[in-house]
Design a protein around this ligand. Structure first.
Ligand SMILES: [Zn+2]
Ligand SMILES: [Zn+2]
Length: 121
């Protein structure tokens, strides 16, 4: 499905998750966004999964949005200027991991373009 159509559906009907996939697009999340939380004693990160249409839902860190495998050892990690790129060793799924930013939508689209480029190698 075209990204702009997905985005329009999200804006019209709202997003969310169903069985681990985006309710609008039916695909796994392609970006994990880290939100920094100040507990008063230390900072910690909480993650949420995001679909490029705009849907977002709570998510565990170091988990593959596609096959659900968990644990840092299951991923190849590439550090980029914008964040990190993770590749699941179990299923080969590519997804991004970034810190929360006001312009996360633009960043998300950028990551998708990068995935497309990497898959064509
Ligand atoms: Zn979506
Ligand atoms: Zn996987």
């Amino acid at each position: 499905m075209d990204y702009l159509i997905r985005r329009a559906l999200f804006l019209r009907y709202g997003g969310g998750e169903e069985a681990g996939r985006c309710r609008v697009c039916g695909v796994p999340a392609s970006l994990v966004v880290l939100r920094r939380e100040d507990t008063g004693i230390f900072d910690r990160y909480r993650g949420y999964a995001r679909c490029v249409c705009g849907s977002a839902w709570p998510f565990t860190l170091w988990k593959c949005p596609n096959c659900g495998v968990e644990g840092a050892g299951n991923f190849d990690v590439y550090v980029l200027k914008e964040g990190r790129l993770l590749r699941c060793k179990q299923c080969g799924y590519l997804f991004g991991e970034v810190e929360e930013t006001p312009d996360v939508q633009t960043l998300h689209v950028k990551f998708l373009l990068l995935f497309a480029k990497l898959r064509s190698f």
